[in-house]
Design a protein around this ligand. Structure first.
Ligand SMILES: [Zn+2]
Length: 764
């Protein structure tokens, strides 16, 4: 067989591939192809030409709001065999051995494939460039070694990459082996992302009797649209980092949720379900669940209803049941892992809902500044006794005090003033009876007492403090955003723009305001009350020094014990916004089943809320405004001292309001800690290093947990580090509860450690 003939045969082979599967790059090279192969091949080509001839499009890219790539399709290859072209077993043996080696496949299986009577057998998909190069070499080898038509082909394929791994996985979602969106935005916007497949139009017969065909006409595939999300990768990272820390610190059994939302536009800036999964590898179950599945045994079968108490299965039956149980457990573990709890889980909102109940009463005018609410520690309603978290009672309170105390008996009275009918009207108006309509798959409905909103007096009493009806976290933060923005219920959304293949904007997704639910005045009053709550009420552990925070804690009982230890499970949450006088961002933090002992929203969720806000607000360039008490601890920004002479730098450090420590023997500053632009308290220490040797000097971070602010300041200066503080710093009974860098860590002198303060006097 001459070289020309081999080339023609290979072209024929490629044509068949195109007929069978159809790939754009291959097709464009095949225009005006003359088919002049042997009759046998021609016959096969004709037989197969009616097969699928779709050409795959490249899937669109997903960006965050600042253009960071969150999901992208990269070119990879598909390795295909044409075993019908083999002439001898020796050839099959050689190719199977080499292919199995390069592609890390089982040789026996590849050898089986080389024996099939076919021109198209997929050996491996999504092959990356390193392997692709080796395959190309192998193809050359085969051509030199054997006088046969091409037996291997490399076809274009695409693979989806998620450069940030776990980040925002529950929102972005992932794709399946055929590039179809299976969850999250990948699924919701699949039709945009997928693009338009190309098509091979018609094979026309050139001379009317036999070959050749003329394939001049084909429709090129059109790449998919790209998406710009409303998510901000930086805010998302901050939220996830602190949520992870919270899950570890409070031994959270059933994961947590963090949502950050622009209160005016409904744009979701961050949405996290933590722990999540890696969308690059979405079918790998996490280690803990894998272990549990592996441990499924006979006892498990009895405990979980696979076997009845007195059933005695044969060994074969037992094996089958175990396999079924394991596979069901695997499916359950996967769907749990992929679940976007922020929109798919429902929970009792608990005391966070008091911001809604009070809004109703203020809007209806059923309570005024003069209305007094009394709490004796317990409220009796018919034969029911409903307790307050402060069993000694809160005494007489106005509505602001009632919210700051998070007093259940007071809120029962507030709920009663509104009445069942109005309560249900506002419940609907605030958007709790319908899905928010967020552009993500899997949003759940609420569960109210009855479908038509009718309820008894006891139902109303417990509803007024957020118990016994279930809503989703996304519904709660949407309602809180309405209070924050002056009364408008806006639709939350995660996609900001749809882009064309050339990057032009095809569609802007604008703010969708559904309705005004409360007046500007009531919203303003609520912001004021919630700010007072964050400064000195039960919400004070969510406070961030220098920022005007408004917020509310919540601790709610769960319907059942998911932990399986027959102990009541709780959800600890905190929902708030900032700045209180002109809110931009709302944040909801939610931990499902903290097992560390303390399960209150004030103890578990509030500090995490404070830590997130403490980083997000400076990032959003919200101006800090300090109270007088905070002035002593006010954070100041460090300047650039590196490159200056020691004396010049020292003067500048002092002028900026910091103490100075010089390390080393040099005359010029070679580096500084903290770095330029860091926020540390006025009076903190800036360490200037004057030679390379001094830079390597380290100090050890001490334990900073369990102390008063005064003691922490003392420890910081003793150990040569700086601290930045978040949480309840205005409260005299506050103690430090967490530190951002672990005790014992070696750091450069002057490093900033963030210390969280909490008051343990609030249990709400
Ligand atoms: Zn009370």
């Amino acid at each position: 067989m001459g070289a020309n003939q081999r080339l023609r045969q290979r072209t024929v082979w490629l044509l068949i591939i195109v007929l069978v599967v159809g790939f754009g790059a291959v097709i464009s090279r095949l225009a005006y192809l003359q088919l002049v192969a042997g009759e046998d091949l021609q016959q096969k080509a004709v037989e197969q030409q009616l097969s699928d001839t779709t050409i795959r499009a490249k899937r669109g890219t997903i960006y965050d709001r600042n253009g960071q790539i969150l999901a992208q399709s990269a070119s990879v290859w598909q390795v295909v065999l044409s075993p019908a072209n083999f002439k001898t077993d020796e050839q099959r043996e050689f190719v199977a051995t080499e292919l199995a080696e390069i592609l890390k496949l089982d040789k026996a299986e590849v050898l089986e494939q080389t024996k099939q009577d076919s021109y198209y057998v997929v050996v491996k998909r999504k092959v990356e460039s390193e392997e692709q190069k080796k395959i190309l070499e192998l193809m050359n080898q085969i051509e030199e070694k054997y006088e046969i038509a091409s037996v291997i082909a490399l076809l274009d394929d695409y693979k989806r990459y998620y450069p940030y791994g776990e980040l925002a996985a529950s929102v972005i979602g992932f794709t399946g082996s055929d590039d179809q969106g299976l969850s999250g935005v990948e699924n919701e916007y699949d039709e945009y992302l997928t693009g338009t497949p190309g098509r091979l139009i018609t094979a026309t017969n050139a001379n009317g009797t036999a070959m050749p065909f003329d394939y001049s006409q084909n429709v090129e595939a059109v790449d998919g649209n790209s998406l710009v999300l409303t998510l901000d990768e930086t805010i998302q990272s901050i939220v996830e980092r602190h949520m992870k820390q919270g899950i570890e610190d409070y031994d959270v059994y059933n994961r947590g949720v963090g949502i950050a939302m622009d209160v005016n536009t409904g744009e979701i800036l961050a949405m996290a379900t933590v722990d999540g999964y890696d969308p690059n590898d979405p079918f790998t179950i996490n280690k803990d669940d894998r272990k549990k599945i592996k441990e499924i045994d006979k006892e498990y079968l009895y405990e979980n209803g696979y076997l009845k108490e007195n059933e005695n299965p044969t060994n074969k039956e037992l094996e089958e049941l175990l396999a079924t149980a394991r596979s069901e457990a695997e499916s359950a573990a996967l769907s749990k892992m992929w679940r976007n709890k922020a929109i798919s889980d429902t929970y009792y909102p608990g005391s966070v809902f008091k911001m809604v109940s009070l809004s109703m009463a203020l809007e209806e005018g059923t309570v005024t500044a003069d209305t007094a609410f009394t709490c004796s520690g317990v409220f009796e309603l018919y034969d029911k006794k409903i307790g307050c978290h402060l069993s000694s009672g809160h005494g007489t309170q106005n509505y602001t005090q009632a919210l700051c105390n998070s007093c259940n008996p007071a809120f029962i009275q507030i709920g009663q003033s509104v009445g069942e009918e109005k309560f249900w009207e506002y419940y609907q108006s605030f958007g709790f009876s319908e899905k928010t309509g967020i552009d993500l798959p899997g949003e759940s409905d609420d569960i109210f007492f009855t479908e038509d909103g009718s309820m008894g007096p006891v139902d109303l009493a417990v509803a007024s403090f957020g118990q016994n009806f279930s809503i989703t976290p996304i519904q709660m933060i949407t309602a809180a955003s309405a209070i924050a923005n002056g009364g408008d219920l806006v639709q939350p959304h995660v996609v900001k723009q749809i882009l064309g293949t050339d990057g032009s904007v095809v569609q802007n997704i604008s703010t969708d305001t559904k309705r005004q639910v409360i007046s500007e005045e009531v919203a303003k009053e609520m912001r004021n009350i919630l700010e007072q709550n964050a400064i000195g009420g039960t919400g004070k552990n969510g406070y961030v020094a220098g920022y005007r925070i408004a917020g509310k804690t919540g601790t709610s009982e769960k319907l059942s014990d998911s932990n399986g230890d027959n102990v009541q499970d709780y959800i600890a949450s905190y929902c708030g916004f900032a700045p209180a006088d002109n809110p931009e961002i709302a944040l909801l933090v939610f931990f499902d089943t903290p097992l560390s002992g303390n399960y209150y929203g004030s103890a578990v969720a509030a500090p995490v809320f404070a830590n997130i806000m403490g980083e997000v607000l400076p990032y959003l360039e919200v101006d800090a405004q300090y109270t007088e008490e905070e002035a002593a601890n006010v954070d100041t920004t460090t300047g650039t001292y590196t490159g200056l002479s020691v004396s010049e730098a020292s003067k500048l450090v002092n002028a900026d309001g910091f103490e100075v420590t010089i390390k080393g023997e040099g005359t010029k500053v070679v580096s500084q800690v903290p770095a330029a632009g860091s926020n540390i308290p006025t009076g903190g220490t800036v360490v200037l290093y004057t030679d390379e040797n001094s830079v390597t000097e380290k100090v050890t971070v001490p334990n900073l947990v369990g102390y008063s602010l005064y003691d922490v300041n003392y420890l910081a200066s003793y150990y040569g580090i700086n601290i930045s503080i978040t949480g309840a710093v205005n409260s005299s009974d506050s103690l430090s509860t967490a530190q951002s860098i672990a005790e014992g860590t070696q750091v450069s002198a002057g490093t900033v450690v963030t210390v969280t303060f909490s008051s343990s006097s609030v249990n709400d």
